[in-house]
Design a protein around this ligand. Structure first.
Ligand SMILES: Cc1ncc(C[n+]2csc(CCOP(=O)(O)OP(=O)(O)O)c2C)c(N)n1
Ligand SMILES: [Mg+2]
Length: 557
């Protein structure tokens, strides 16, 4: 970095300084100069895919899996607007993403005509992004450019949410001033800080409540992973001896083989043992859990829950009805670790929703078999990155058990279809772990074709595609089934046509063999698993029954 630099060169230097090595994107004329600056020799590694939603999900998957910022570069309008849904998902699920968009230059803006890719006003895209980011700026002042960029990127890191920079094409080569402190800076982005007095008191009150409780339980949420407090939380769970559940969105944030891990808590439709243990608890310590309908099982949080819970999220701690603001999760857990906490012993048994395995394997495949076979496969293949798609696979995925050397990713709350395949590519690019993707046919039809890019980027995911001929998860509640049907595609054949391996399976034994073969193949693989028209995962069945019951109740009241 130097005191005077071209804006585009400064941005590249800044991203390199904070350790960004990859940039996901698709160019267009309004961003082309900037895009090629990023890709210069010894610059960032550019990852292109076919469609912006795929690019956005890939950057998000990269960020989720690595804990680093996922950087994106798109063109203005057609590109930027195409990217809104993945970025909204990153916002909702606290994923740090930087979106850089091009834009029309000043001369063009003065022409007095509409400019290609423009929707309503030139500022429209910026206004849209303000809604789905924690910080957004159009960089139009050479004197402020360096600090504006710095502010957006620091906000991304502090909030673990997306940020937006719009750089119009005439700005890219404009000379800007770089403050001296920025040149001397080592590139480390700041972490959120607690107010010491509030932190100490929140810890003191929590310890008191915890030591008084007879049967406390710890609920781990997604912020534990995003704010890099997972290690401290494991240590805390071990120190207290208390049982621990993950929320839906946080599945994978706590090691699934840990002896104190009960499984995923999903409110009233949790496995009976988990449900009972949470209901019996006289204290719930929720660490980084967002309060969402999915996270707590489709019900509004009752006063009773608040009464017996300590909830640390969003830089605050609620001890029942007291709120301590400016207390970060990491420092709160750190404080508890240093405190005098009572330790207890309890027999803890992991629960899922899968029944006993089938007696013989030569029988038609059911979704529950797919899940059991994935678990069987993962016992022998520990370094896998499991990614599940929205739809039945998202609920089914809650019963998958990944070993400590693997990873588990899903959009457990925002739940956009189309995440799994590109998200897995980004995650493999960032971690090197081979993905095992569980998806439905509907989800795959949205972005699955991005798998053709896998070889170019050194990726080789195994896609397990549950083919039920449509949007199956809605069949139990829909009267018009024709509206849920999808044209059939021969997915296994597509795998071969696209340059990978394709295997179609109809029985449990065939799936077991297909997974073994897929593990031996070095290219990407599509396993097309044929399941029954009405068959769904055990969790989806419970979820749909529960929501039908709720709908009936509200219709009667
Ligand atoms: C982008 C997006 N559009 C629509 C939905 C609503 N939706 C949720 S699940 C689903 C159907 C999933 O079908 P498929 O992928 O085949 O999975 P299945 O349930 O059949 O196993 C739809 C349309 C969504 N979650 N995301
Ligand atoms: Mg389907």
């Amino acid at each position: 970095m130097q005191t005077r630099m071209k804006l585009g060169d400064f941005l590249v230097a800044y991203l390199e300084k904070i350790g960004i090595s990859h940039l996901f994107g698709i160019p267009g004329d309004l961003v082309i100069n900037l895009f090629f600056k990023f890709g210069r020799r010894r610059g960032l590694k550019i990852i292109t895919l076919s469609h912006e939603p795929g690019v956005g999900f890939a950057a998000d998957g990269y960020a989720r899996a690595t804990g680093r910022i996922g950087a994106i570069c798109v063109t203005y309008g057609a590109g930027g607007h195409n990217m809104v849904n993945p970025v909204a998902a990153s916002f909702a699920e606290r994923v740090p993403i930087l979106v850089i968009s091009g834009g029309p230059g000043e001369e063009e803006r003065k022409l007095g005509v509409l400019i290609h890719h423009q929707a309503k006003e030139i500022e429209s895209q910026y206004r849209i992004y303000r809604e789905v980011t924690c910080a957004a700026k159009v960089i139009d002042d050479p004197l402020r450019a360096a600090t504006d960029i710095d502010e957006v990127i620091r906000a991304i890191w502090l909030h673990q949410q997306p940020g937006y920079l719009e750089i119009h094409r005439d700005m890219v080569d404009r000379e800007i001033r770089v403050p001296k402190e920025m040149i001397a800076w080592d590139g480390a982005l700041p972490q959120p800080q607690s107010d010491r007095r509030k932190l100490d008191e929140a810890v003191r009150e929590t310890v008191e409540r915890f030591n008084r409780a007879k049967n406390p339980i710890i609920l781990v949420g997604i912020e534990s992973y995003r704010f890099k407090a997972a290690k401290e939380i494991i240590a805390l769970v071990e120190k207290t001896g208390a049982p621990c559940c993950a929320s839906v969105l946080a599945k994978g944030a706590f090691p699934m083989n840990h002896p104190q891990y009960l499984g995923v808590y999903l409110g009233g439709i949790s496995p009976p043992r988990i449900r009972k243990r949470v209901e019996d608890a006289d204290l719930i310590v929720a660490l980084g859990t967002l309060l969402t309908d999915i996270e707590i099982g489709g019900r509004a949080p009752s006063e009773a829950l608040r009464d017996r819970s300590i909830w640390a999220v969003d830089n605050r701690v609620n001890v029942s009805f007291h709120t301590y603001t400016n207390v970060t999760l990491k420092e709160f857990v750190g404080g508890l670790l240093k405190a005098n906490l009572k330790s207890r012993r309890e027999k803890i048994i992991y629960s899922d929703n899968l029944g006993k395995p089938p007696a013989h394997l030569e029988r038609p495949l059911r979704v529950a078999d797919v899940l059991r076979e994935i678990n069987y496969f993962l016992v022998g293949h520990k370094k896998m990155l499991v990614v599940t798609e929205s739809g039945d696979s998202l609920f089914g995925g809650l019963d998958i058990k990944v070993g400590d050397d693997g990873l588990y990713l899903a959009q457990g709350f925002y739940a956009s279809m189309g995440f799994a395949v590109p998200g897995a590519l980004g995650a493999q690019i960032g971690t090197g772990l081979r993905p095992l993707i569980l998806t439905g046919d509907g989800g795959f039809q949205m972005t699955g074709i991005e798998i053709v890019h896998a070889p170019r980027h050194g990726c080789n995911p195994i896609v397990l595609l549950v083919n039920n001929g449509g949007w199956g998860i809605f069949r139990p509640v829909a009267k018009q089934h024709d509206l849920l049907a999808l044209p059939s595609m021969r997915y296994a054949d597509l795998g071969v046509l696209w340059g990978g391996v394709g295997i179609r399976v109809e029985t449990v034994a065939e799936l077991r063999r297909a997974l073994t073969n897929a593990a031996q193949s070095s290219s990407f693989v599509i396993i097309e698993a044929m399941t029954g028209y009405r068959d769904l995962s055990p969790v989806s069945v419970k979820y749909i029954r529960a929501s039908a019951k709720r709908a009936l109740k509200s219709a009667q009241s």
